[in-house]
Design a protein around this ligand. Structure first.
Ligand SMILES: Cc1cc2nc3c(=O)[nH]c(=O)nc-3n(C[C@H](O)[C@H](O)[C@H](O)COP(=O)(O)O)c2cc1C
Length: 379
């Protein structure tokens, strides 16, 4: 770890290295927002603007990062957010990250449109595995997916509500990535320039959305302009949410909340947690940053509703900034893949190391032993 710490002291170092090892079109899929990228930049700018008061003469403190939400305990308020086709960004990413999460005592959330199925990932992620649902149109498919998630051992269900329609993702298009994806000579040339990725991908074969495969007749091919994910996904409404609440008896979290005015109704439906997110700025370029929405969402939700934050986190300090604004827990999407791209499984572990060590260093500056105490340091 010492060597990795010298090579990659910050997430930015992992990102720079990963960029050199991941094919350009994959990078553009993974790292871009939508539109001009303004919502993505806003996530970063709003985190940077949060100031926290240092403290003096507090004596020695021993930071303890452990926490619990949704009836589960974690070693730190940090987890792995769902990322579609994670296994394309870095080969076998789902398995590598689920293993890391289980070993380190943090949650791993599997996406509906991951390259791996709940049956494979559930046993690896263990009790801290969460399953993210893009809402299938057909209620029978929905119920079947819930059954599969439950039987595979996933403990919490995350319903993503900020993808009612696909965004345009212009950067992704410019890179030559088509929908559905096709390996054109241009993409093949980009792959040839990234041998480490290509070699690691070779034994795994062409990535597929394995969770969806049982529901899609792949033999007939997919209609042009769609892939299995968009074919099956509906834009959910309150009625859909109520049905889902009836069908899933474990913790249910709504991901993609930015409006405090939605919170009372979500609480009324009986959701167990709220995940504040603007989807890493990938959906709506005019969306506020998650951070700017957090305080109002916390005020509307009251002190007891678990609130998760994601978007733009690059350091342990950023985790504390989100907690200071009312989050109980934070998740990261891209960062883990920067780690994988830079140095494989050890690189993903380095992400957690950077975040944890930075949290402890910053907590030392504030003289606090528990992360949630940061709320009293918000300037
Ligand atoms: C490449 C990529 C794919 C994503 N796929 C999904 C997904 O399948 N389901 C979902 O709920 N969120 C998805 N997200 C959003 C993440 O779960 C998370 O909200 C976001 O990445 C957090 O921001 P960060 O990457 O700055 O940490 C995706 C994000 C990225 C970057």
């Amino acid at each position: 770890m010492a060597d990795l710490d010298d090579r990659f002291p910050a997430l930015e170092d992992l990102r720079a290295r990963a960029r050199k090892r991941i094919p350009h079109f994959v990078w553009e899929y993974f790292d871009s927002g939508t539109g001009t990228g303004a919502a993505q930049s806003r996530n970063r700018a709003d985190l940077d603007a949060v100031l926290l008061a240092p403290a003096i003469l507090k004596g020695p403190v021993t930071p303890d990062l452990s926490c619990s939400i949704l009836g589960q305990s974690f070693t730190a308020p940090i987890g792995i957010a769902p990322v579609g086709m994670s296994g394309v960004i870095w080969p076998d990413a789902e398995r590598l990250l689920a293993r890391l999460a289980a070993k380190q005592g943090i949650p791993y959330c599997l996406s509906t449109v991951a390259a791996q199925s709940p049956e494979v990932i559930g046993p690896i992620a263990g009790a801290r595995g969460w399953f993210q649902l893009y809402p299938p149109t057909d209620p029978d498919i929905r119920r079947d997916m819930l059954r599969r998630a439950r039987e595979a051992g996933f403990s919490a269900l995350i319903l993503t509500v900020d993808l009612a329609v696909m965004s345009r993702r212009e950067r992704q298009r410019r890179s030559g990535l088509t929908n559905p994806p096709r390996i054109t000579p241009r993409l093949a040339a980009q792959v040839a320039m990234r041998p480490a990725w290509a070699l690691a991908m070779q034994p795994l074969g062409l990535p597929r959305m394995r969770t969806l495969e049982p529901y899609v007749d792949m033999g007939k091919g997919l209609p042009s302009g769609a892939h299995a994910g968009t074919m099956m996904r509906t834009a959910p409404d309150w009625e859909y949410l109520a049905a889902l609440r009836d069908e899933w008896d474990g913790p249910l979290i709504i991901k993609g909340v930015l409006g405090a005015s939605d919170v009372p109704r979500l609480a009324q439906v009986g959701v167990d947690g709220i995940w504040v997110s603007n989807h890493a700025g990938r959906q709506f370029d005019a969306a506020p940053s998650g951070l700017s929405a957090l305080k109002a969402v916390r005020a509307a939700a009251g002190p007891d509703m678990p609130i998760i934050y994601d978007g733009g986190i690059e350091s342990g300090l950023d985790v504390l900034r989100a907690l200071a604004h009312g989050a109980d827990f934070t998740m990261l999407g891209r960062a883990w893949h920067y780690g994988l791209g830079a140095a494989g499984a050890a690189g993903a572990r380095q992400v957690l190391h950077i975040l944890s060590e930075d949290m402890k260093a910053c907590m030392g500056q504030m003289g606090i032993a528990r992360p949630e105490e940061v709320r009293t340091h918000l300037l």
